[in-house]
Write a protein that binds this ligand. Structure first.
Ligand code: SF4
Length: 245
């Protein structure tokens, strides 16, 4: 898929479905290595300091800092409650982001079984693909859930986990009234340096949250999985625990 980048008063944005490769090229064209390194170190330090000061998990601290950076540096987004085009496209997240979502869901008394039922069709598709025996790296996961509702999207088209939503959801935003397609034809990235280095900060936080003995095998933020895939794992673990009792 081709991706074009354009420029307007809001800065550079991408038009079209953007994958990791598109994003990498875009970031490299926009920022120097030195700027990225400095921004990474600063964001990591600020995140750790805020987590300590407010006694909150580091990921929550990172979300707070990113929200503040958006508010300070970018024009107001046209995204609003009830507009959920990006939530029909498939979201890939790290283990740390998934754990953050699960903890937040528990904290709010949310029943994850309801969440699963809400997105039964897309969960079923992912399950079938996982059971098919095809090499997981060869599966087009986005295609698998495109036009399918994210399990955390409620009946009012609102995100039920908004404050703890993952990075993918935070960086797909719109600054003008053109976001009208569930196929993400008009999704735009803000291009903030903080969001460019946020995946590296998440990887570092995940590394630090990994027990020391397991760190030798640490593989960045892998595995990156669809929300539906994490939910299936959660369901499987839950039923194994039940059987053991
Ligand atoms: S987690 Fe929330 S914001 Fe992200 S895709 Fe799901 S419903 Fe949308």
């Amino acid at each position: 898929m081709t991706t074009a980048s354009y420029s307007d008063q809001n800065g550079v944005y991408l038009m079209g479905m953007s994958d990791a490769q598109d994003l990498r090229q875009y970031i490299q064209a926009r920022f120097t290595e030195g700027e990225l390194q400095y921004a990474y170190e600063l964001l990591l330090k600020n995140t750790q300091d805020l987590a300590k000061a407010e006694h909150i998990p580091p990921l929550q601290a990172l979300w707070k800092i990113l929200d503040a950076a958006y508010q300070k540096k970018m024009p107001p987004m046209t995204c609003h409650e009830g507009c959920a085009h990006c939530c029909y496209t498939g979201v890939m997240i790290t283990k740390m982001e998934w754990d953050g979502m699960i903890n937040a869901a528990r904290h709010r008394g949310m029943d994850l079984q309801d969440v699963i039922e809400r997105a039964e069709k897309s969960i079923h598709r992912v399950k079938k693909a996982l059971e098919s025996g095809i090499d997981a790296d060869k599966i087009d996961w986005y295609q698998m859930v495109i036009n399918q509702k994210c399990p955390f999207l409620d009946e009012n088209e609102s995100c039920s986990i908004h404050e703890d939503r993952p990075l993918d959801c935070r960086t797909m935003v719109a600054f003008r009234e053109v976001c009208g397609s569930k196929k993400l034809e008009h999704a735009q990235r803000g291009g903030l340096i903080e969001e460019a280095v946020a995946p590296a900060v998440i990887a570092r936080l995940q590394y630090e949250a990994t027990p020391k003995l397991k760190r030798r095998k640490f593989d960045g933020t892998a595995p990156l999985r669809l929300i539906q895939h994490w939910l299936l794992e959660w369901k499987k673990k839950k039923s194994t625990r039940k059987k053991k009792k």
